[in-house]
Ligand binder design. Structure first.
Ligand code: NAP
Length: 279
């Protein structure tokens, strides 16, 4: 397949690294010429540049820009596309994107590969980023079957596990397991960093080990992405943050009241519940 990739950062670059060795021809479009040149050097794309007309022959175009740039990019891209080209995206929210893009280009399937690292940009791209990771697609009643088949084939080539849901279901679920953790993890780092005693702060920083590394990881990621998750999934993120705050209040109450039995029950339940989310 001729696969166009717009936005050659962590996700777009990783797509090129994964798909090119499988025989797909990768046409890369970057914002900056340096990124396009680097995509050729790193083996991410067969051809790369900053002009969207490069995608005229693409069978599938994957939009991998920051969320806020997806709709403006599609508007600029449409005059260059052939009617059979399937568009998809990798944005971390789906309702806002599907509502904006589907009326512009009906041959569109919203998608979200659930993979990432704390790094961003083309240098962070990894060939096996998507292997064994969930890959959500959010077709609607109007999405053409052939478009779904083309995006499904790419997810299979990436060796990802495909999940199909509505954009609404996606945004509510992802608020819990991706967007809420970013807000919590950022709050953890900010609260620890605000320790007023410099000696205590320095000691805490020296003693921080694997537990803090795990719980602070997503709060130390790409700030632009974190803001766009909140901006474009605002109601669902607020819903999960408010429920999280209620849960935190229960834990504060139990500790304040020295209700160790209640705390024990809570931690026993969470110890058991965790395995339903992660292996
Ligand atoms: P990234 O590493 O920062 O890459 C973004 C790329 O988009 C860069 O190559 C940049 O080009 C280009 N770009 C930036 N602003 C642009 C604009 N206004 N117009 C056109 N291109 C622009 O980000 P990423 O982590 O790959 O995220 C990209 C998308 O993947 C986002 O929609 C995000 O929601 C989604 N996603 C991210 C993750 C994650 O964990 N990181 C996971 C799943 C999905 P230059 O390098 O030329 O400046």
């Amino acid at each position: 397949m001729k696969v166009g990739v717009v936005g050659l950062g962590l996700i777009g670059g990783s797509l090129g690294l994964a798909l090119r060795p499988l025989g797909h021809e990768i046409l890369g479009v970057a914002r900056r010429p340096e990124t396009a040149a680097r995509a050729i050097e790193l083996g991410i794309a067969d051809r790369a540049g900053c002009d969207l007309s490069l995608l005229a022959e693409a069978d599938l175009v994957v939009l991998c820009t920051p969320i806020g740039a997806i709709e403006p990019t599609v508007r600029q891209l449409i005059p260059h596309l052939s009617p059979n080209t399937v568009l998809t995206d990798v944005g971390s929210v789906k309702q806002a994107i599907v509502q904006a893009i589907e009326p512009l280009w009906p041959n569109f399937v919203g998608a979200h590969p659930m993979a990432g690292t704390a790094d961003s940009g083309i240098e962070a791209a990894l060939p096996d980023l998507f292997v064994g990771r969930p890959f959500a697609i959010t077709p609607t009643d109007r999405t053409p079957t052939e478009a779904i088949a083309r995006v499904t084939a790419i997810a299979q080539d990436l060796r990802s596990t495909l999940y199909r849901c509505t954009p609404e279901q996606h945004d509510r679920a992802v608020a819990w397991i991706s967007h809420l953790p970013v807000a919590i993890s950022a709050s953890l780092i900010a609260a620890c960093g605000a320790e007023p005693d410099p000696e205590t702060l320095a000691l805490a920083q020296s003693l921080a080990s694997s537990g803090f590394r795990d719980t602070s990881r997503v709060g130390g990621g790409n700030p632009e992405l974190g803001v766009m998750m909140a901006q474009f999934n605002r109601p669902e993120l607020l819903r999960s943050l408010q429920r999280y705050r209620d849960q935190l209040d229960q834990i504060i109450g139990a500790i304040d009241q020295q209700d160790w039995a209640a705390l024990q029950t809570c931690y026993e339940q969470t110890q058991q519940a965790r395995s339903a989310f992660v292996d």
